[in-house]
Ligand binder design. Structure first.
Ligand code: KIV
Length: 272
């Protein structure tokens, strides 16, 4: 396993070419070494060290408490566990909104210390200038429009965005502005599929949807959700490809029972 991103990984050019060639992009979140190595061996093109880390790994109600230190720590683990996928790391809440200088320094830290290849930030045209600056400084940026969880209090909850014409128009315009500023791709979260299809046709960079329909150039899900690793309510757009929480409970209960009855360890699992 490597400790630095190696050049034989997928690059942002490979990801952009996938759109040109009509090949769909499969992206999943990852937060640790073990899961990253399994997903890297499973045809996943992009591993996103999302700030959903806060919800699914650290147990917060929102992504707001996640720190730069949290993101760097987990990004390094994901990089160590993978060799092929492009690694994108989220800039956490208030790491890029306070000043352009701080934004550039923090994005740089995700590459220099976290060993990510690209960063993701949430929001529209208000971040165009910093996206331009990062791109010109050699930091590839994935944009994120629609439902932006870092603004959950401003949005009044986790709701579908861009349902009304003016809201849809704003998201479309933001996407165009961010592409012009240099973003290499854009996540569209919880927007009507028709709007996502129109944005996908308009942009020359790939769109990656989550709750945005099938027309996007790629899809992303939170890995813990798609593996059914928790019993909490999952949004409508999450398809569970496994039910690991039940599997893990069954295994742990069998183990506990065998420990208590003395059935484990048996002769096969002991040294003579
Ligand atoms: O943090 C995250 O996991 C994300 C994805 C949901 C796109 O931003």
């Amino acid at each position: 396993m490597n400790t630095q991103t190696k050049i034989n990984r997928k690059t942002i050019l490979d990801i952009k070419n996938m759109k040109t060639q009509g090949e769909k992009i499969a992206m999943l979140t990852a937060y640790d070494f073990g899961m990253a190595s399994i997903l890297d061996d499973s045809n996943i093109d992009i591993l996103l060290v999302g700030d959903s880390l806060g919800n699914v790994v650290l147990g917060y109600d929102t992504t707001l408490p996640v720190t730069m230190e949290d993101m760097i720590h987990h990004t390094r683990a994901v990089v160590r566990g993978s060799q092929k996928a492009l690694i994108v790391a989220d800039l956490p809440f208030l790491s890029y909104q306070v000043s352009q200088e701080a934004a550039l320094v923090n994005a740089g830290r995700l590459l220099k210390e976290g060993n990510a290849q690209a960063v993701k930030l949430e929001g529209g045209r208000e971040h165009a200038e910093i996206v331009r600056k990062m791109t010109l400084s050699g930091i590839p940026v994935m944009a994120h429009l629609g439902l932006t969880p870092q603004s959950v209090h401003q949005l009044g909850g986790y709701k579908v965005q861009g349902k009304k014409d003016d809201a849809a128009e704003k998201i479309m315009k933001d996407a165009v502005i961010l592409e012009e500023a240099g973003a290499f791709s854009v996540v569209l979260e919880c927007v009507p599929e028709k709007l996502a299809a129109e944005i996908t046709c308009t942009l020359s960079i790939p769109t990656i949807g989550i709750g945005a329909g099938v027309s996007c150039d790629g899809q992303v899900l939170v890995v813990n959700d798609m593996l059914g690793m928790n019993d909490r309510m999952t949004p409508k757009f999450v398809k569970k490809y496994a039910h690991l929480s039940q599997e893990i409970k069954n295994a742990a209960r069998r183990y506990a029972s065998e420990v208590k009855t003395g059935a484990f360890p048996d002769a096969d699992h002991s040294f003579k």
